[in-house]
Design a binder for this molecule. Sequence first.
Ligand SMILES: *Cc1c(COP(=O)(O)O)cnc(C)c1O
Length: 221
Amino acid sequence: MTPSVSQLEVILEKISAECKRTGRDPADVDLVTVSKTFAVEAILPLLDHGWRRFGENRVQEAQTKWPQLIERYQDVELHLIGPLQSNKTADAVALFDVIQTVDREKIAKAIGDEMRKQKRQLKLFVQVNTGNEPQKTGLEPKRTQAFVEWCRNDLGLTISGLMCIPPFDDNPGPHFALLNKLAANCGVSGLSMGMSSDYEVGIELGATHVRVGSAIFGARN
Ligand SMILES: *Cc1c(COP(=O)(O)O)cnc(C)c1O
């Protein structure tokens, strides 16, 4: 077993244990293994092990790695977890199954148009800037409900959930709790929150998706 495959098994066990501890069903928590910066050779052992759910943060990088893998392995579920530029929307809709980073009117509209054009139905999450950090993408918390309702009512889009990346130095708990509350207000059930260092906190506070990279693939350069 390569280290990444044994680490995947370790993380899955820890997710199970945290679900058990907090009275949650492990089937309600999807692990997204984040393979950004890692080459195809590093991803192959996980695919050969039967693992299918992956996250990438750049459209262009994903295009160099995933088309060949998707052709070779059935049922890959690819999540875009990084910011999307509108000139990359067509490529993103063609390649990804889930976009977790819908964060502004223009990109929501472009995604909706492309899904119709390509006859593809992606799952969409709205990214919320729970820390109100000026340099970070994501909607302001106070704008989130109106935005989700606009996506739903004006664009006819189904929003599956919310996603956040807490400020690096903050205790993540309050950010996850805020995201949970916003999701309830918006009437969406998906909650993508928690990375290598805090996915257990995410699960305790209701995460339906955790995004784990370095704890599985090792440190990134
Ligand atoms: C890189 C990244 C992750 C994974 O981070 P790790 O700390 O390596 O687990 C999760 N979410 C997003 C949005 C990322 O960009």
